[in-house]
Design a protein around this ligand. Structure first.
Ligand code: ADP
Ligand code: MG
Length: 232
């Protein structure tokens, strides 16, 4: 397993008491597989990604990324882990207006000598080879989302975390983004978690888990028929 959350509970302050956002969540995601976590607004999806991304430390439970237990790591060590092992696709692309698509990717790289080549390769992989020189205002919403996804893969992460990637897209572009994430998961051998309130495009994902009030049903138990074993 390349991303493992075990018995994770997360609460937030809520007036005089606390709100339970994640309630004893356990999730295993192997490399080269895509797990979709589906649940209504407020069910804990973004919280789950924030914990998996090591951006929030849970109250209890453990997070293991590519064999590294995150409990007890310093801030600097967590930053380093994120830079090298975790790609995050936030709901809003947050592209820098002044940079071209290729430059959005290049600025992420921690290996500057290889950055340009890798950026162009990834833009090609997301179908944007011809748009590499374009700035965000010259791209469509769907194209910006694809730059956002390519950027998250720039440092060859083991774990790819994606928050509601289709929420701002029409049906056809939503389906294309899901197809792209499935292909990239297999091509880059990432342990991918995608959270969404929308089941529409989840036909080809490896596993589906549901989250309600912070409680996750077992992803394994809901395996879909095309689920496959991938060599670690
Ligand atoms: P989702 O992404 O499924 O909409 P979230 O993880 O954002 O759900 O939120 C889960 C619950 O935690 C919601 O009730 C939300 O209001 C609450 N919540 C999220 N972030 C915070 C926060 N920073 N402080 C307090 N409560 C929060
Ligand atoms: Mg959310």
């Amino acid at each position: 397993m390349s991303l493992t959350l075990t018995d994770v509970t997360l609460t937030y302050p809520d007036g005089d008491s606390r709100l339970t956002a994640l309630d004893h969540v356990t999730l295993d995601v192997p490399r080269g597989s895509l797990t979709a976590v589906v649940g209504p607004s407020g069910s804990g999806k973004s919280s789950l990604l924030a914990v998996a991304a090591t951006l929030i430390t849970p109250d209890t439970g453990t997070v293991v990324v590519d064999g590294t237990a995150t409990a007890g790591l310093s801030r600097a060590e967590l930053t380093d882990l994120r830079r090298h092992k975790i790609g995050i696709v936030f709901q809003q692309p947050n592209l820098l207006p002044a940079l071209t698509a290729a430059e959005q990717l290049q600025v992420m790289s921690h290996i500057p000598a290889e950055a340009r080549t890798r950026a162009l390769d990834l833009l090609d992989a997301v179908g944007l080879a011809a748009q590499a020189h374009r700035r965000p205002h010259q791209l469509s919403g769907g194209q910006r989302q694809r730059v956002n996804i390519a950027r998250a893969l720039m440092n060859d992460p083991v774990v790819l975390l994606v928050d509601e990637p289709t929420s701002a897209l029409d049906h056809e572009r939503g389906a294309a983004v899901l197809d792209l994430l499935t292909r990239l998961t297999h091509r880059q051998a990432t342990a991918t978690v995608l959270v969404t309130h929308d089941r529409t495009h989840l036909t080809a994902v490896d596993r589906i888990a549901e989250v309600h009030d912070g409680r996750l049903t077992s992803a394994q138990a809901r395996s879909v028929s095309n689920s496959r074993e991938v060599a670690q």
